[in-house]
Design a protein around this ligand. Sequence first.
Ligand SMILES: Nc1nc2c(ncn2[C@@H]2O[C@H](COP(=O)(O)OP(=O)(O)O)[C@@H](O)[C@H]2O)c(=O)[nH]1
Ligand SMILES: [Mg+2]
Length: 443
Amino acid sequence: MASADVIAAIATAPGQAGVGVIRVSGPSLQGFASRIAGGMAPPHPRHARHSRFVDGQGEVIDEGLLIYFQGPASFTGEDVVELQGHGSDAALRLLLARCLELGARLAQPGEFTLRAFFNHKIDLAQAEAVADLIAAESAAAARSALRSLTGQFSLQIRGLVEQLVELRLRVEGCIDFADEAVDFLEHTDIRAVLSRLQDAVDRLTGSAAQGLLLRSGCRTVLIGAPNVGKSSLLNAITEEDHALVTDIPGTTRDLIRASVFIEGVPFHMVDTAGIRETADVIEQAGIERTWQAVEQADLALVVADIRNGLTEVDRQLLSRLPQDMPREVVYNKADLASTAQRAQTGTVVSAVSGEGIPELKRHLLQRVGWNPGAEPVFLARERHRAALLQARSHLETALEVADTFELLAEELRLAQNALSSITGEFSSDDLLGEIFSRFCIGK
Ligand SMILES: Nc1nc2c(ncn2[C@@H]2O[C@H](COP(=O)(O)OP(=O)(O)O)[C@@H](O)[C@H]2O)c(=O)[nH]1
Ligand SMILES: [Mg+2]
């Protein structure tokens, strides 16, 4: 895509700051740079130059650094001009208006990155990593996003694609030149190659699953009978007073949401109204919401009072959970329990004294499968995981039909397409629109 038009946007966040940046991208911006700097000599590429930024009447809007990147040696692959002025919303708006006057148009969200993608500066997984790095809320997520951004994830995908292409060439050769004496397979053990590929895809899927956890986290719902200490537990886990706690059963009615990072993995916790028979219509409505929250959760923390153990009500509640929903029974109020009661198997905590909370957190990490291990974690998206699983399933079928070259070739092709969709070599326009529309403007 050779874009003819010039785009501009404020690249820094709104508000007061030391520096504010406007970024402009398009074909041949040397003249543009001269004009915005009030007619200075054409800028040298990649030199920071102190300049005045001047409006149409020759009046100075701001002063700062002007950096000119000559395409293709730039982020977008086109000419890029960066104007680093003061971080004032008003000054930046004036400067942006001047850019528009000089023929630029306002950039769409993600349009700079989209141009970088179309100009082959980065692939699709890297473009997604740009957005993920900006959105990263923990150090672990940021590090993983950076790994994808620098292309480590894409490199592994491309390595797999290359091996697939190599195998496809040989298999297709056998099909097309079946009558010739040449053995295109040259004693290649197809089955061995396929199972090596499967292993590699599995390793990458494992690593992507970790990245997915870092990015999306785990929606965790706290449920149980009234007064067992669900709200207290929410406060203890998040170390903040999110939920109102009283000794009156039925205190919590509305859902209360709070997030906490455990080793960088976000747990999106939802505290709920305790489940019981009640004539109070407000509480009934709250309990209704509890079940709605359960439906949307990835994990249920069923809280019980350790002194009562698992009651009949708790058992009923457990049986009402969706069958495949991971669940964890937590026995609370350990500080009030007798030694006999403490001998509960299961997770024992006290929301009041804090006992058992660090263990519970470690346990939760295990429960959701957080196991960074030796493989580097790439910040992955559901889309990547789905593509890896699809590739894996085609490789499985390939192994089954390995004796019939026509069928084998088709499965290899499909596996390759699935993997290539991650880096964007086989992606529909719909997908691109979807991905880039979620960016912020100026990126
Ligand atoms: N001693 C003790 N009291 C607790 C503990 N957790 C909660 N409580 C008390 O139990 C009562 C109900 O707690 P709350 O968090 O509102 O329970 P919820 O109805 O399940 O949300 C409050 O008086 C809390 O102070 C605990 O671990 N130890
Ligand atoms: Mg409560």
